[in-house]
Design a protein around this ligand. Structure first.
Ligand SMILES: Cc1ncc(COP(=O)(O)O)c(CNOCC(=O)O)c1O
Length: 401
């Protein structure tokens, strides 16, 4: 008998477990539409040329492998915040934004969860959209917060339930914390319009709520990084002291480098210094300090105008390919004279399409056609290619009519 003997087998992760099942499937027609990672039209992972150039630049510098500080590579964090808030952000110019490098977006969310539990109390609430990225819930629960849901998705219209969202924001106790997806909502692909963001900002100000933006797709949603940061910059301009999680996994294709950032807009420089010190106190005993390589790559790109421009073009190309697959999938389904409306496929934005398929339909498509996507009907659009999009449409049509 050992301390490990009684340990039960845990359930597979709903998203990553799907990839394992796909890998085991031997049917040649199989298609993986599960994990939210970009693939080219060849179905393979895509390394951006701008990243390849950054790799060479970093290599040529023969840098050492010393620890980064607890807060990470300072130049990376500075560039990351300017990327999100804008080069001319008054908040950045006034040095009132506390920022740290984190283990990608997941790490940023967890550090924020821990900070909130520490200063608002274990069991204090955080509101997340219903539905949200599956991992948000265990991240925040494990950090010691109570996860509450606010209405977000309307199954009837397969669109945003903005009235429901507003009334839940109104009904929450004053000074609540709301997690908001900055762009390309995961899993629905449905974002508020700019007018709706503006209205939400006003209401959250009245209620003195704190907005915690999770931004994992800046540039990848619309193809324009400035456009995708609109909500973040509007809230800051409206005077919100927001928190912001950033991920460079998807938009820079740096998934496995675990590069991201967490920042908090404060009232002044002195407050930012205090918040920064508390962020470091959370990080130090969690993982001490972050890996340097991803930070160096992003720094090379964001600090060089030519490389930034090249990156921007490549990120737009990724977004454009996804949009082409949206039109393709919708077009084929309509061409098959499907009885359902599939407009939402092209109305939605970013990595995912929330199809509105039931779990039963998803499992039948998986069974009959060896097409893998999550039980909630979410399709990772980057898994579609010009050679499989028709097959996927036919397989969906076979089940939905
Ligand atoms: C909203 C959101 N926040 C944060 C993250 C964190 O990603 P990372 O930790 O890789 O930066 C992700 C990445 N999602 O993962 C892909 C999937 O849902 O299949 C995300 O979607």
């Amino acid at each position: 008998m050992s301390v490990w003997s009684e340990m039960p087998m845990g359930p597979p992760d709903p998203i990553l477990g799907l990839t394992d099942a796909f890998n085991k499937d031997t049917d040649p027609r199989k298609v993986s539409l599960g994990v939210g990672a970009y693939r080219g039209d060849d179905g393979k992972p895509f390394v951006l040329n701008s990243v390849r150039k950054a790799e060479k630049l970093v290599l040529d510098k023969s840098l050492n492998h010393e620890y980064a500080g607890i807060a990470g590579v300072p130049e990376f964090t500075k560039l990351s915040l300017a990327f999100a808030y804008g080069k001319d952000s008054p908040a950045l110019k006034e040095n009132r934004v506390a920022g740290v490098q984190t283990l990608s977006g997941t790490g940023a969310c967890r550090v924020m969860g821990e900070l909130l539990a520490r200063f608002r109390g274990k069991g204090s609430a955080i509101y997340v959209p219903n539905p949200t990225w599956g991992n948000h819930i265990p991240i925040m629960q494990n950090a010691g917060l109570e996860v509450k849901k606010y209405r977000y998705f309307n199954p009837e219209t397969v669109g945003l339930d903005f009235e429901g969202l507003l009334s839940d924001v109104q009904a929450a106790a004053d000074e609540s914390v709301f997690l908001l997806h900055a762009c390309a909502h995961n899993p629905t692909g449905i974002d508020p319009t700019q007018d709706q963001w503006a209205e939400l900002s006003k209401l959250m100000k009245t209620k003195r709520h704190t907005a915690f933006f999770d931004c994992a797709y800046q540039g990848f949603a619309s193809g324009d990084a400035e456009h995708d940061a609109w909500a973040i910059r509007r809230f800051v301009a409206d005077g919100h002291c927001i928190a912001l999680a950033q991920s460079f996994a998807k938009n820079f294709g740096l998934y496995g480098e675990r590069i991201g950032a967490l920042s908090v807009v404060c009232n002044d420089q002195e407050e930012a210094a205090r918040v920064g010190s508390q962020l470091k106190i959370v990080i130090r005993p969690m993982y001490s300090n972050p890996p340097v390589y991803g930070a160096r790559l992003v720094t090379e790109i964001l600090s060089d105008d030519a490389l930034s421009k090249e990156w921007s073009g490549e990120c737009k190309a990724m977004a454009d390919r996804i949009m082409a697959m949206r039109s393709g999938l919708r077009g084929h389904l309509e061409g098959l004279k499907s009885t359902r409306s599939w407009e939402h496929i092209t109305d939605q934005i970013g990595m995912f399409c929330y199809t509105g398929l039931t779990q039963e339909e998803v499992l039948k498509i998986r069974e009959d056609s060896h097409i893998y996507f999550t039980n909630d009907g979410r399709i990772s659009m980057a898994g579609l290619t010009t050679s499989n999009v028709e097959y996927v449409a036919e397989s969906i049509f076979a089940v939905t009519g």
